[in-house]
Design a protein around this ligand. Structure first.
Ligand code: NAD
Length: 361
């Protein structure tokens, strides 16, 4: 398979962690007979330095012309970086929002996996951590409360603020289809999370999700209220496979789920549109505090590249090979500083990439 991958190395630790993910993709290409070509794209702070803006129309076009985009992370230290003396729409993060919008990325996927080898990092009780968990949070990214009309007005001498929560059937249907497609590649269970006992938008959500479920008879669908889901994530996270939910609920639940895994350097993510195209990036930021030291954990970016193989290229076997290699490296006791624990061997960013490549056969 020949694939064109746009690469945004970004700022801070971005270039260091992306280099290791590209190394792993090259190893996969070699082992499985594929060809990946890379186009370097500038976005965020690096683009401000080169072009005066965080995202150019040319970069957006090049991203659109790629089969998928692999990204590190963007941004700097807001207290010291000159990028944060610019107006908000010229800062690094505006580039990322522009990219998501320009590519119509409406589905955000955040896996939360507890590796048995890292269970000491899990803040949950030992008997819960012991079981491990592996879930995918599928969050609608371009609708709902964050994109509705909002206003703050004075009414009879009182300040009143209003935010609108709007979802159309079309918006719900397209994310639900994506959620069921992902479940078909996993353990075939979807937990749709809403607040249907109170909200009209949630009642429509539930109705449309049930209609979509009819096309996926192999997938088990359950509904869960968002408050219950927040509790279940800490009580029994192993019950979840795919959690499908709207924008704000997903924002909160995906952060909760990532906290219970214990390490930001391990968390991948993907944002998808209606085609096979996706933007793949670690969940963490550009970590300016450790940039250039060669100690950042590249695993989240490497696992994001594995998601690219699975969800944009349908290379499930190759994605599994990357995930198995990550597990093997952890099993054999290798750790970057952020996930280090007693008795393990601490290694740097490059050695972690090399060791993961070494386990790919
Ligand atoms: P951060 O995620 O960059 O860092 C938080 C902590 O986690 C730091 O101590 C950092 O060293 C550590 N960390 C993060 N990733 C790591 C890794 N791979 N290996 C080891 N340790 C890691 O969050 P922050 O400090 O709040 O933000 C820094 C910059 O990143 C800001 O400019 C912010 O806007 C930006 N940011 C970008 C994205 C993105 O590109 N999608 C996401 C979040 C934050």
């Amino acid at each position: 398979m020949n694939m064109k991958i746009g690469v945004i190395k970004g700022d801070g630790i971005g270039p260091e962690i992306v280099d290791e993910a590209v190394k792993v993709l090259d190893r996969i290409a070699e082992a499985y007979g594929h060809s990946f070509s890379y186009t370097q794209l500038l976005m965020g702070g690096a683009s401000i330095d080169a072009n005066g803006v965080p995202l150019t129309e040319e970069t957006l076009e090049q991203a659109r012309a790629s089969d998928a985009v692999l990204m590190g992370s963007i941004g700097g230290d807001a207290r010291t970086s000159p990028w944060y003396r610019l107006e908000p729409e010229k800062r690094p993060e505006a580039g990322l929002l522009g990219l998501r919008k320009g590519l119509n990325l409406f589905a955000n996927l955040r896996p939360a996996v507890l590796y048995r080898e890292l269970k000491e990092a899990c803040p949950l009780k030992a008997e819960i951590a012991e079981k491990g968990f592996d879930m995918m949070i599928m969050r609608e990214l371009t609708g709902g409360l964050y994109f509705g009309n909002r206003s703050t007005v004075e009414v009879d001498g009182e300040t009143v603020a209003k935010d609108e929560l709007v979802y159309s059937g079309t918006e719900i249907r397209r994310i639900a289809k994506r959620g069921f497609d992902i479940a078909m590649k996993r353990r075939k269970k979807v937990t749709s999370v809403d607040k249907a006992n109170v909200l009209d938008s949630s009642r429509l959500w539930r109705k449309v999700v049930e209609e979509v479920a009819e096309d996926y008879p192999e997938v088990t669908l359950e509904h869960m209220l968002v408050d219950n889901c927040a509790m279940q994530l800490v009580k029994d996270p192993a019950q979840f496979d795919v959690i499908l939910t709207e924008n704000m609920f997903g924002d909160i639940l995906s952060d909760e789920a990532s906290m219970v895994t214990g390490s930001i350097g391990m968390l991948a993510s993907a944002s998808l549109n209606e085609t096979k195209f996706g933007l793949y990036e670690p969940s963490g930021g550009s970590a300016p505090d450790i940039a250039g030291k060669g100690i950042a954990n590249p695993i989240a970016t490497i696992l994001s590249a594995a998601m690219m193989l699975r969800y944009s290229f349908d290379l499930d076997k190759e994605a599994q090979a990357v995930e198995d290699a990550v597990s093997a490296v952890l099993r054999d006791g290798y750790r970057t500083a952020d996930i280090m624990s007693a008795g393990m061997r601490q290694i740097g960013t490059k050695e972690m990439g090399d060791r993961i490549c070494g386990y790919i056969r």
